[in-house]
Design a protein around this ligand. Structure first.
Ligand code: AMP
Ligand code: MG
Length: 501
């Protein structure tokens, strides 16, 4: 390889932007320069992710506070706020849009994947309605922790590239330190983005968006004789898999409005989300979810409801005959339910250590879940300890101790052992496989709250940093961090979580 003389001295921009969304029709977005911050400070830069995105890490270490606060718009960025609509708790709102988020642009990562880089909390946009366009430090840290934990758990998710404080207050119920979160996503296109155009009778807009999405996320849809139907089916498949995986790790999104459901199949918008401690299928954390619409076990059905809303927007593209279009869409919506069930059962089988399928497995799994619910067992600990029990009976006492009345689990354990005797794996293999799907560490709510409190009250980010370290390897035992695996003490329990707004 030869270097030209200039290469050694050339000033490299931290991002090699390659923007495509900004080439879409003008009514898809509003160009918007981020607001400035008075005294920005870089709290965290995700250097591993920056490398993966092909960014200049050194430049970001140096200028990150300015860039990630919005003070310095890096060269090549074409900042914009995206237009979208959405059903919020079942009510349609024809215009939402990025009210506090600004897409800086897109980069192509080291795997050739196009990724959005977005500042969240960088000031008002034409979509802000009555909001201030700002974010508070607490929700920024929460999104940073939980999205990175999701990634380490192996679930599709938006990522955290950076967090900065702005030096300015934001006014909520109280005065809080302001911050900006830099989010990376496969794209920020949501079900609500399609709804924005459909609600305006703008079929050309829906089609332009669908074509863009096929090119960017689902190029194989082009091979189908009905590409838009293929697109819909592929989105349904990704959502069926994603929501099944949420259930496998005890995740409750909290605000599954159609504007918070991506077309790419990544988890997005970590507002009042939480991982549950004690297993309860009806569990709700979000302070604004009064009727439990987005409760843990409602999530698969809500996913289906949201997909039906997406299907409605695409009907004119499915078939010129409307009845035919509706039938085609309905078949996929129904198929989502079946695909969800398959993904869920497959994952649950793995969680209890089964490598091959048998007819009675669903029963066995449901019996365990019913016991966990009745006996107030911690979701994560139960499965992690079951993994250890698969290795040797000596570990069984720790497993049964997860239940209020340990003796109540004995009949189930007998059934389980009997079932395992027909499964091919050795105990050591099985325990290893189970540990790879049953995390020891999840971002427990009380730990997140403690980290946020220390940061907001005392400017102490050590708990935030420690959480990031432990949650980066959720499937490893990490004895030094043993207390992080534990559920909260009664006094530490967090009963409600709040939106970032
Ligand atoms: P979210 O609850 O984050 O999904 O946001 C729902 C809608 O409210 C989106 O259109 C956001 O852009 C908007 N929004 C949330 N917080 C703010 C804020 N502080 N300022 C302006 N718009 C906001
Ligand atoms: Mg949202």
């Amino acid at each position: 390889m030869s270097l030209s003389l200039d290469d050694s001295t050339a000033l490299q921009a931290p991002f090699s932007f390659d923007n495509s969304y900004v080439r879409l029709p003008a009514h898809f977005f509003a160009r918007q320069i981020p607001s400035t911050a008075t005294a920005p400070q870089l709290i965290k830069l995700n250097e591993a992710l920056a490398e993966e995105l092909g960014l200049d890490v050194e430049a970001l270490r140096r200028d990150g506070a300015q860039i990630f606060s919005g003070n310095l718009v890096p060269s090549g960025a074409e900042p914009l706020a995206m237009a979208y609509a959405g059903h919020q708790f079942g009510q349609f709102v024809p215009q939402l849009g990025d009210g506090r988020a600004i897409l800086l642009g897109e980069v192509v990562d080291c795997n050739g994947k196009r990724r959005d880089i977005q500042l969240k909390g960088a000031g008002q946009t034409p979509f802000s309605r009555r909001g201030d366009g700002r974010a508070a430090l607490g929700p920024v840290l929460r999104e940073y922790i939980v999205s990175e934990a999701m990634h380490a758990l192996g679930l599709p998710t938006t990522r955290a590239l950076a967090a900065v404080t702005t030096g300015q207050p934001v006014y909520r119920e109280e005065v809080l330190p302001g911050a900006v979160f830099t989010r990376v996503a496969a794209s920020h296109i949501r079900v609500g983005t399609f709804q924005f155009f459909a609600a305006r009778g703008d079929t050309d807009g829906v089609k332009a968006l669908a074509d863009y999405v096929i090119d960017r996320h689902y190029p194989r849809a082009k091979e189908s004789i009905r590409p838009y139907l293929a697109l819909f089916k592929m989105v349904a498949e990704r959502q069926a898999s994603l929501i099944a995986r949420w259930l496998h790790v005890g995740f409750i999104h909290g605000v599954m409005n159609t504007d918070n459901m991506t077309i790419s199949g990544e988890t997005i918008d970590f507002g009042p989300c939480a991982f549950m401690d004690t297993y309860d299928p009806a569990k709700v954390f979000s302070s604004i979810d009064r009727n439990g619409r987005y409760a843990y076990s409602n999530q698969p059905a809500i996913g289906q409801w949201n997909l039906a809303r997406l299907g409605e927007t695409l009907l004119p593209l499915f078939d010129a005959d409307q009845d035919k279009a509706v039938d085609l869409a309905n078949a996929i919506i129904k198929g989502y339910g079946e695909r969800f069930q398959i993904h869920w059962l497959e994952g649950m089988r793995r969680k209890i250590g089964l490598a091959i399928a048998e007819d009675g497995d669903l029963d066995l799994i449901q019996a365990l879940l019913a016991l966990m619910h009745e006996q107030e067992a911690d979701f994560t600990l139960t499965f992690r300890r079951l993994s250890a029990s698969a290795e040797t009976d000596a570990n069984e006492a720790a497993f049964t101790a997860s239940f209020k009345m340990p003796e109540a689990v004995s009949p189930w354990l007998t059934r389980w052992h009997e079932r395992l005797s027909r499964d091919p794996q050795s105990p050591a293999e099985r325990a290893k496989a189970m540990r790879q799907v049953n995390p020891a560490f999840i971002p427990r709510n009380h730990r997140i709250e403690q980290a946020i409190e220390a940061a907001v009250e005392d400017g102490d980010f050590s708990l935030f940093e420690a959480l990031l370290v432990v949650l980066a390897k959720p499937y490893e035992d990490q004895p030094d961090f043993a207390p992080y695996a534990e559920p909260p003490q009664p006094s530490e329990r967090v009963l409600q979580t709040f939106c970032g707004t």
